[in-house]
Design a protein around this ligand. Structure first.
Ligand SMILES: C[S@@+](CC[C@H](N)C(=O)[O-])C[C@H]1O[C@@H](n2cnc3c(N)ncnc32)[C@H](O)[C@@H]1O
Length: 241
């Protein structure tokens, strides 16, 4: 077995051993879920306030776990939400966790993102706390497929831990990596995606990784008011502004 298969195998074994609960999918930090979702709501609202906002027909929740983001963020804001999640137990619990909003749930794909090829129908593709599981070349290819799956004003959102050490930090427990900001930017460039908004999540407890949200569109896409947003990118550090 090569290194790449070994990395993916170890990750899937790790998640198979984790209970299908909020604490489980958030590595013991279930109590930060509400704060996280509040930050995401503000970010999504800002995207929906653009002059050419994404539609609200269909969103995709990637590495969905038990459907935390679908339930609390995407299903209330989109007509339909599809999910991708490789772990069988999480999928089995997803409909129970999502509850009443299950009626708006669309396709549930049991698949790893490195193998997933989304249909071209998504207004927002939300990736949170999952991309550290993809090795770099797979991540670039996956983001290119996501880019090709966007509707007219569609946006890819990435919300991930960012290493402030400036280097890639490995986690042998779940077989993931935490990337520094500069590596995220290189990956976006390779996938020919540009940032139109970036925020650092606020109000998280001390001692955990900084968490950033990035809104990405195809490099050649004109987004109004793109220039103004890009100028703000390096200075924005609060989603509440
Ligand atoms: C930290 S949990 C986050 C779940 C969800 N995004 C949330 O924020 O509540 C990571 C999730 O990614 C899934 N995952 C791990 N490796 C993956 C891969 N290669 N492709 C897709 N999902 C993966 C796990 O099964 C788990 O559900």
């Amino acid at each position: 077995m090569n290194n790449k298969s070994e990395t993916y195998r170890k990750a899937s074994e790790y998640w198979a051993s984790i209970p299908a609960t909020l604490d489980g999918v958030l590595g013991g930090f279930g109590y930060i879920s509400d704060i996280d979702i509040d930050g995401s709501k503000l970010f999504l609202k800002a995207l929906q306030s653009l002059s050419n906002p994404p539609d609200t027909h269909t969103a995709l929740d990637c590495g969905a776990g038990i459907g935390r983001i679908s339930k609390l963020l995407l299903l209330p804001n989109f007509d339909t939400v599809d999910v991708v999640e490789p772990d069988e137990k999480f999928i089995e619990n997803l409909k129970i966790y999502v509850g009443d909003l299950t009626t708006k749930l669309g396709s549930v794909y049991k698949c790893c993102l490195q193998d997933f090829n989304p249909d071209k129908k998504y207004d927002v593709i939300w990736n949170q706390w999952v991309l550290g599981h993809l090795i770099e070349c797979d991540l670039v290819s996956y983001l290119i497929r996501c880019k090709n799956a966007l509707t007219e004003n569609g946006i890819i959102v990435i919300k991930e831990n960012v290493a402030s050490s400036g280097r890639i930090e490995k986690d042998d427990t779940d077989s993931s990596v935490t990337r520094p900001l500069k590596q995220f930017l290189q990956i976006f460039k390779k996938a020919k995606l540009k940032r139109i908004k970036q925020c650092k999540q606020t109000n998280f407890p001390e001692g955990i990784y900084p968490v950033y949200m990035f809104a990405l569109v195809p490099m050649d896409k004109e987004v109004i008011p793109a220039d103004e947003e890009i100028q703000k990118i390096e200075t924005i550090n609060s989603c509440a502004r």
